[in-house]
Each structure stands twice: as structure tokens, then as C-alpha cells.
Design a protein around this ligand. Structure first.
Ligand code: FA5
Length: 340
């Protein structure tokens, strides 16, 4: 009687396993047959009451049924899992070489773009590119540039002081000092970078802006060399004729000193807030390096001479792209910045 029940269980469960369409159906059949309250457990409930020889014979049969069913269950389960994995792999694969949908490539800030162009130009002319620190010593920013503490020229640039003789550099000229001391003459270098001044902000003045310093030291450097490099720079950047004027300018670290102004490209010289209605924009102060500056960095002015310039890079970007308010460049408005 029990024997027949066990054989029937084997037959019916194997058939149910074969017919199962999913892992869930397979699991249901397993629980029904082999679960704690399943058919096999019911059949074996009264096993203990059987005589010993009967118990041993049926015990063997029971084990063989159980083994058969468990083996078949594992085989079928593995089949479902493999089929499931194969289906997922065929559906979910990703072609990593495809471009992302709707790519939104970023772009470099207009000042960064211009800085890159200037670096490329001067590198091709044999200039090294140096980047000094934004936190500078008073010595590099002022003293070594022939501006001692008592010099009234210190007031030309409103300084953010940090204490302990440190400050946020007010111009890129301290990198001249670093360049002279590290490279030694003859040398050609530029130094692009961010500078800071504690001053009122308006359409053409920021408290944080960019400059590019330039310096060449050699034997027999004259104003003619300076003018050649300034002209090369401007024609390379604007790729068209721009009107410039050179006028005397005072900076303690150059002698003679000049201001190179550019005819305002926002208003074509008619007058606007950017050029303060003068028609001209101060862009490129420059001059021949003062002998004291050479001496303060251990260079003999009787043997060496040079020129230096300090280009207003942020203002150059305004002229190049026709930006009529300097504050837009650092405003962080992506609608504005995406145009470049
Ligand atoms: C200087 O900073 C000198 N270190 C430049 C120099 C270097 C002269 C080497 C001679 C030899 P100035 O303070 O004029 O100079 O600034 C240089 C340029 O930076 C200006 O012509 C202008 O284009 C730009 N600039 C100055 N102040 C601001 C500001 N607040 N916002 C934006 N650009 C400015």
C-alpha cells in the first residue's frame, strides 16, 4: 500500500517537474511533494508503526524516491536559471562603444580658451610657461619688484592681506621674480594666472581676474623687441587689424614704462561703460625691466636687459568675444558660458 503510494508520488512529481513552466511552478511542485507538510512527509508519518523488516525495505524505496525527485528538481532548476541568465544577457547587454544618448559636452571657459591660445603662441616663440602661487609673499609681490613698503606705488593696487607677510597676489608680476631666480638669463617666460584686488566691481573691473605676465631677458633687448612681441600677440588673438595706442605709463618695475591701449571693440571707439566712454581700453601695460628689479633677483643690469608686460587676460576675452560686462564671465550662468 505504502509502496504504491511512494511509486505514485515519484511518477506524479516527476511529471509535474517536467510540466513546470517556470522556477515558481517547479518550486510549488517540490514543496507539494517534498516540503515539510508535503506528500512524502504524510506517507512516512506512520513508518514507525511498521514491522522492522518492512520498515527497512520501504526505507530504501523512500530514499530512492527522495533522491530521484531531489536530483530531478536540481537539474530542472539549473535549466531554468541558465535560461533566465541567457535571456537577461541577451536583453540587458550594453554596447559601451555607443555614444551616450543626448551627450552634452562641456566647453572651456572663454578665458581658459584664450589662455590656451596665448600659451601655444608663446611656446612656439620659445617662451617657458610658469604658474606661480596665488598666495604670495610680500617680497615677491612688491619688494622684489622695486616697490618697498614705504613706496606710494603700493597703493596702486588694493591688496587682500592674509597676515604673516602673505597676501593674495595682486598681479602676475611676482612670477617674473620667480622666473628670474629659477631660470636665470637668458630667459623667455610667460605666466598666466588669477589675481585678486580689493576693489569696486563695475563693467570692466572685477575683484578676481586673469592676467598673463611676459618677460624676456637677454643681451641687447630693446623697445623694438617689446613692440614686435606685442604686435605678434594682438594679431594672433584678433586675427584682424586692431587700433592700438602706446602712451607712457608708470610702474616701478619698468623703465621706461608704457600703457598699450586697444580701441574699444564693444563700441568701436564711440564710448560705452566698458571703456568708460573714452573709446580706449587699457590692456597691455609693459616696459623695459628696471635695473633694480634685475639686481634684486641677482642679475647684473650691466650685462642683461629685458622687457616685461602684464596683459589683462579677462579684458582681452571681453574684447575678443564682445562681452560688455566683465561680471558675466564669473557669474556662473551656463546659458551665457555655453555660447563660447
Ligand atoms: C599690473 O598689474 C602690472 N603688473 C602690469 C605690468 C607687468 C606692467 C609688467 C609692466 C610690466 P595693471 O594694474 O595696470 O598693471 O593691470 C594690468 C592689466 O590688468 C590692466 O591693463 C587691465 O587690462 C587688467 N586689470 C587691472 N585691473 C583689473 C580689474 N579690476 N578687473 C579686470 N582687469 C583688470
Amino acid at each position: 500500500m505504502l509502496e504504491a503510494k511512494l511509486e505514485e508520488l515519484r511518477r506524479a512529481t516527476l511529471a509535474a517537474f517536467t510540466d513546470a513552466f517556470s522556477l515558481e511552478e517547479l518550486e510549488e511542485s517540490r514543496i507539494e511533494a517534498l516540503g515539510r507538510k508535503g506528500t512524502l512527509a504524510q506517507i512516512t508519518k506512520d513508518f514507525g508503526k511498521l514491522p522492522p523488516e518492512e520498515r527497512s525495505r520501504l526505507g530504501k524505496l523512500l530514499n530512492s524516491v527522495k533522491q530521484d525527485l531531489e536530483g530531478e528538481y536540481e537539474r530542472k532548476k539549473l535549466q531554468f536559471e541558465q535560461a533566465d541568465l541567457a535571456e537577461r544577457l541577451s536583453k540587458e547587454w550594453i554596447d559601451v562603444t555607443l555614444p551616450a544618448p543626448n551627450p552634452r559636452p562641456g566647453n572651456l571657459h572663454p578665458v581658459t580658451q584664450l589662455q590656451g591660445e596665448i600659451e601655444d603662441l608663446f611656446t612656439s616663440l620659445g617662451f617657458a610657461v610658469l604658474y606661480g602661487p596665488e598666495v604670495e609673499t610680500e617680497e615677491h609681490n612688491f619688494d622684489a619688484l622695486n616697490i618697498p613698503a614705504t613706496h606710494p606705488a603700493r597703493d596702486m593696487q588694493d591688496t587682500f592681506w592674509l597676515g604673516d607677510g602673505l597676501l593674495l597676489r595682486t598681479h602676475t608680476s611676482p612670477v617674473q621674480v620667480r622666473g628670474m631666480r629659477e631660470l636665470r638669463p637668458p630667459l623667455r617666460m610667460i605666466a598666466p594666472g588669477r589675481v585678486f584686488r580689493n576693489e569696486e566691481v563695475d563693467a570692466s573691473h572685477e575683484h578676481t581676474f586673469y592676467q598673463v605676465e611676459g618677460m624676456m631677458i637677454d643681451r641687447d633687448v630693446s623697445v623694438a623687441n617689446l613692440i614686435y612681441f606685442m604686435k605678434t600677440l594682438l594679431s594672433d588673438i584678433f586675427k584682424r587689424e586692431v587700433t592700438v595706442r602706446l602712451r607712457p605709463g608708470y610702474f616701478p618695475f619698468v623703465e621706461p614704462g608704457f600703457e598699450l591701449d586697444i580701441r574699444c571693440l564693444i563700441c568701436n571707439g564711440d564710448g560705452c561703460p566698458v571703456c568708460k566712454h573714452s573709446g580706449w581700453v587699457e590692456l597691455l601695460p609693459c616696459g623695459l625691466v628696471h635695473p633694480n628689479v634685475l639686481r634684486l633677483s641677482g642679475i647684473d643690469p650691466d650685462e642683461w636687459g629685458g622687457f616685461a608686460f602684464g596683459l589683462g587676460l579677462t579684458r582681452l576675452a571681453m574684447m575678443r568675444y564682445g562681452i560688455d560686462d566683465i561680471r558675466q564671465l564669473q557669474g556662473g550662468d551656463l546659458r551665457f558660458l555655453c555660447q563660447f
